[in-house]
Design a protein around this ligand. Structure first.
Ligand SMILES: [Zn+2]
Length: 186
């Protein structure tokens, strides 16, 4: 048994060594912590960038909580309606995202940034699916625009991808549909 383990290890060593010698990674992913969507999003990213993506940055509300900071703190509309606890959490999440993205772009040389929201998200608490998706679409575009502007030049060569993981039926991870949000800007 011991000998067999040695043979297996030697077989995979060149690949493992190559991987360990390289910091490079194709993609960086921001998503919600909701366990119902983790497998589907991981499967989706794995299919697009096999074995070459950073560990997911999972935060409650996904891109939605980042949008709460970018829209209410940085571009305040009506400060009386801002939830103090939520804006504090959102600001910390945004700072964490910027810090991680800076490392991912400079050290890992990522080429793609994925921002995810998902249906029936506790971070939104919008019961009507259509209204929730419309808000999430606005949020994804807002966060993308903010990061691209605030993180110049770090994200200049990084292609953004915006998705709503739509798990309306929620029967199986395979039933989750990844709805791409298209922006007029790259
Ligand atoms: Zn969520």
């Amino acid at each position: 048994m011991k000998g067999r383990n040695v043979i297996v290890s030697e077989a995979v060593l060149p690949v493992a060594r190559e991987r360990m010698n390289s910091h490079s990674s194709d993609a960086f992913v921001v998503s919600c912590i909701d366990p119902r969507f983790h497998a589907a999003i991981h499967q989706f990213i794995q299919a697009k960038h096999p074995g070459s993506f950073d560990s997911f940055l999972s935060i409650p509300g996904g891109a939605g909580i980042l949008a709460y900071a970018t829209t209410n703190l940085i571009n305040p509309r009506d400060s009386q309606t801002v939830d103090a606890v939520k804006i504090s959490r959102a600001t910390r999440a945004l700072v964490t995202t910027i810090d991680a993205l800076e490392v991912a772009s400079t050290l890992h040389n990522i080429q793609h940034l994925y921002l995810f929201c998902h249906t029936n998200c506790g971070g939104y608490r919008i019961p009507k699916r259509y209204c929730e998706m419309q808000q999430q679409k606005r949020d994804l575009l807002s966060v993308k625009d903010f990061l691209q502007e605030a993180m110049t030049p770090y994200l200049d060569a990084v292609t953004p991808h915006l998705y709503i993981a739509d798990g309306h039926s929620m029967q199986h991870p395979d039933s989750v549909v990844m709805r791409k949000i298209v922006s007029s800007k790259p």
